[in-house]
Design a protein. Sequence first.
Length: 133
Amino acid sequence: GLATAFISKTTNLKDYAIIKMTIEVDDERVLNFVDSLDDMKLFRWFLLQTKLQRRIERFGKLYHNSFKQHSLDGALLEYFIMVLSKGGYLSEINCVRCATSTDLYKGIHLFIPNGIEYCIRDKDVIITYEMEN
């Protein structure tokens, strides 16, 4: 699967574990960057707010996106959720859903999504989990 391909492409580790999870989420509590244009537009609007530019620039100095980890994206999403939750614009968000692009191909680097990534913010959405061979 995609997880195995990612591990073999990004590390030399021979011992690793893949955990398969079943999750159950309420769409009202999901920030959906896969197929919700409203969520995408709200995030874009948020990032363009003049009064937030200094804070966003500070995040850019503290966090960075790399091939393996998108720390800046995560920090901005957490800030977005915090600000909009405090303002009453968002309900409790327990999961963020994004299209993801895993670099698997020889000789080319594509950003065309080949999977869906769930950032789980509340462990109670996990119904079952098991180690996968």
